[in-house]
Ligand binder design. Structure first.
Ligand code: SF4
Length: 53
């Protein structure tokens, strides 16, 4: 699971994830084990907050 502390909650990355791996909790983004590293969320985030190894 990953938490993105500076997320401001636009929910763009949640909308594009094909595997439902992202959840917005207040304004903190969480990524669970369903992430298949498709990486589209990384390109959608307007603040460049998502880093995927
Ligand atoms: S796209 Fe970026 S700012 Fe928007 S919800 Fe996702 S992590 Fe947060």
């Amino acid at each position: 699971m990953m938490e993105i502390k500076d997320c401001y909650g636009c929910s763009g990355c949640v909308a594009v994830c094909p595997n439902g791996a992202l959840t917005l909790v207040d304004v903190v983004e969480r990524m669970d084990d369903k992430c298949i590293k498709y990486r589209i969320c990384k390109h959608v985030c307007p603040a460049g907050l998502i880093k995927i190894e």
